[in-house]
Design a protein around this ligand. Structure first.
Ligand code: KG4
Ligand code: ZN
Length: 340
């Protein structure tokens, strides 16, 4: 009898169709990611209807590839896990319908996973990082400062009141003509710019708040560009990108460090697509070193959307007895506190 817990995980909440086979919540046996970036690029962002249709086309081949890479069949899988929220409803439904069909036909338990819990759990794949810690989840759709008390036990300390961090990167990139997805483009071009060239606002909100707001800095960039145009001044894209990035990173780093100190925790993790940002990694590392805090972040492939992180999160749900029924539905605005 195989005692290993083998999870087949499916992620389709946005524009990546991904399937992964994960052993014992740690070992990623396969992690196939089919990205739709090129398809959505020409529209400047993800078009939900197109994303859903593409997931339908991709899902079966991606599942076959994930199994083939491990030389396993569905019979070797302990449970089927799937992201059921938050995300685009049509996109989520494709993964969910597929997961339910496989779980039903193969008589395997079904485990629904919260997408953010997946991002946080990406930190358990490499190294020996364990709770408790403070996790800064920064992605295209979310900005959450989370106290991870234990596996599967979360307390949200703060979140964005308007745009998500990644959304701000994407919108600013579009306004300076860098295209989609903007995060990596701003990251790259900032290396050629002067981050002190323009003083964009930093929004700390009221004293002691762990919430975020990025719409102010986004508007400040737009105003700056308009002013340059009116004055017929040259628009220095690398300087704007670097100055914008600096202001966003500074707020994220300061709030995360403050949270860890307040909770007397000596561990911080980053998660989500924006955790791939080189400036954020560098500044968080410096700040953590200064405070004697251990910093962990996933490799790039586990920062942006992938199914391996869903398989890891599902393992802890599985050993805690979480099972979902066939009536599990996609919940586009699922809260971390509402899951199960
Ligand atoms: O986690 P993710 O793949 O999808 C969501 O769950 O939203 O995050 C995608 C976001 C996009 O906004 C993208 O621009 C941003 O992550 N991103 C970055 C970088 N790489 C991806 N933002 C800043 N710097 C990067 N290097
Ligand atoms: Zn994500």
């Amino acid at each position: 009898m195989n005692k290993d817990v083998i999870i087949m995980a499916i992620e389709s909440s946005c524009d990546e169709t991904s399937v992964s086979i994960v052993k014992n919540g740690k070992h990623v046996l396969s992690n196939i990611i089919s990205s739709q970036i090129d398809l959505h690029k020409k529209f400047g962002g993800v078009v939900p209807e197109i994303a859903s249709r593409k997931h339908i086309e991709n899902i079966d081949p991606v599942i076959s590839e994930a199994l083939e890479e491990t030389d396993m069949t569905i019979k070797d899988v302990t449970a089927v896990a799937v992201t059921y929220g938050p995300g685009l409803v049509g996109a989520l439904l494709v993964g969910l319908a597929e997961a339910k069909a496989i779980a039903f036909a193969a008589k395997k338990p079904l485990i629904g996973v919260h997408h953010i819990e997946g991002h946080i759990s990406a930190n358990y794949i490499e190294g020996e990082f364990k709770p408790p810690f403070v996790c800064m989840v920064v992605s295209g759709g979310h900005t959450h400062l989370v106290h991870v008390r234990d596996y599967g036990k979360y307390e949200i300390m703060g979140k964005t009141r308007d745009d998500a961090a990644g959304e701000a990167f994407d919108k600013v990139a579009r306004s300076i003509g860098l295209g989609y997805p903007g995060g990596p483009k701003i990251d790259n071009i900032s290396k050629e710019g002067n981050e002190n060239a323009i003083e964009f606002p930093r929004s700390y909100l009221e004293n002691g708040s762990y919430d975020f707001s990025f719409s102010g800095v986004k508007s400040a960039v737009l105003n700056y560009i308009n002013q340059c145009k009116m004055k017929e001044q040259e628009i220095n894209v690398p300087d704007i990108a670097a100055s914008f990035q600096k202001s966003v990173v500074e707020v994220i780093v300061n709030k995360t460090i403050k949270a860890a100190k307040e909770l007397k925790l000596d561990k911080i993790a980053l998660a989500g697509g924006v955790a791939a940002n080189s400036k954020l990694r560098e500044e968080m590392k410096k700040a953590c070193e200064k405070e004697g805090i251990t910093l962990h972040y996933p490799s790039l492939v586990y920062c942006t959307d992938n199914a391996a992180m869903i398989g890891v999160a599902a393992y802890y749900e599985y050993i805690n007895g979480v099972r979902h029924n066939m009536d599990l539905n996609a919940i586009p605005n699922l809260k971390l506190s509402d899951r199960f």
